[in-house]
Design a protein around this ligand. Sequence first.
Ligand code: ADQ
Length: 498
Amino acid sequence: MMAYQDQPAGGQNRRLVVVSNRLPVALEKTGDKWTLRPGAGGLVTALAPVLRERGGLWIGWSGAAGAGDEIQAMLDAHSRRAGYSLHPIELDEDEVGGYYNGFSNEIVWPLFHDLQSRCRFLPEYWRSYLEVNFKFAEEVARRTSPEDFVWVHDYHLMHQAFFIKSMGVKRNTGFFLHIPFPAPDIFLKLPWRWKLIQALLDFDLLGFQTMRDRQNFILCARALAPECRVKGRGAVVTVGIGQREARAGSFPISIDFDDFAGTAAGDKVAAMSLDIREALRQRTLILGVDRLDYTKGIPERLRSIRTTFRRYPDLKGRMTFIQILVPSREAVGEYQDLKTEVEQLVGRINGEFSFPGWVPVHYQYRSLPREELMAYYRAADMALVTPLRDGMNLVAKEYCACNVLGNGVLILSEFAGAAAQLQKNAYLVNPHDLEGVARAIHRTFYWDNAERARNMAGLRASIRRQDIYWWLDSFLRAGLSGDLGGFPAQRSVCFAGR
Ligand code: ADQ
């Protein structure tokens, strides 16, 4: 019999409990020995002070199978240093196959990015997803008290509130979806659509990246239950079906602007950035930075670059495109095929256009150290951020924050969540429209300094104003008290044109 803490734990008022698929650390085995590397992403950096202050807890899969006591000892030592606890969930091979590789990455990931033809709707994936969600929920119930705020992250764990409730345990729960929520035409393909909508409505607060995602969620709920109620207007509304009721809002995630801008302005990054520019002989540098993923539109982007040089020969020899890809999901066949496709395209484009002293496309397949990545951002005259669909896309924001000279150009897909916030000063494109993207590159290549400076200043001001701390504060305020004073509703994106 499990012991749930249904009485408030003394002195632990409203702890923050974060639940995510992975713990914010990387565990690696070299020979017989495990090592732990703390996570360095924006989410961990932003959450760490709140977790420390409130005496928080982070629950997630350790990513390391069969390590047992050794891992726990390392996590305990890390917890003491970090000032909040890490609690690992162990998953066996079948669970990883069904819940993670299967349901999460072969169903939800493609479906929610509008790529339903890539989905494998296997019933065994669904069963495994439920079992693992139940396993997580049991730990959450066991390790938390009714006073805590339980904040669940992302599409792997959409059934947390449902299972916590079905155990008869009362918790204040919030959920943030980092990826898009699809429109009904797409979502309704999911065989377990009704169960998923109901499970999401078991959370107290649902956070989406954009108004469009929240609207899609409401449209899907209405399509399945015409009696669905929506109360209120603005940033957070209440959505209910029968006994279930959740508040739903849009909370666009961001980056630690000051940290990126400060480091990028420093001497080390400045020197590295100069080296990059000199190596390219001061040609205009256009940059793409992505995790290798089919949602990021990388082959489409390369085809747009090819179209640019075919259509606008005046740019030949004057512009270099650098594409940096961080390896991701390397064991999955589809990702290996994508890597091959990208490499073949790079080869073909360089074969078609290169001449002595100029190679149009430079390609790197590796994870870059933070300062090196910032040096590329700082050096780039233009960033080409053209996902086919993206929850937010932090690369777009990181690029602007690092553009400390204020003369860069952001060409941004209208299907990235970031477009809703940045549309005024980014050049929006449809990533499927190769000629449209080529036109955007050609036009912005000739933008004068004043136009570049005006737009970049607008982009940087907007990202600075709504940074990761603003995001965190908005979500926690909505989750803990419902107080949303001063939190404006987000605009929806205007498309580039017909
Ligand atoms: P991702 O799909 O991973 O995140 P994104 O928001 O672009 O996408 O973040 C990628 C991160 O990887 C960035 O912080 C970037 O700096 C880093 N990165 C990329 N290439 C790199 C390289 N070669 N070397 C080192 N680092 C590299 C998901 C959703 C997004 C959403 C985020 C946050 O898919 O839509 O914005 O979560 O909610």
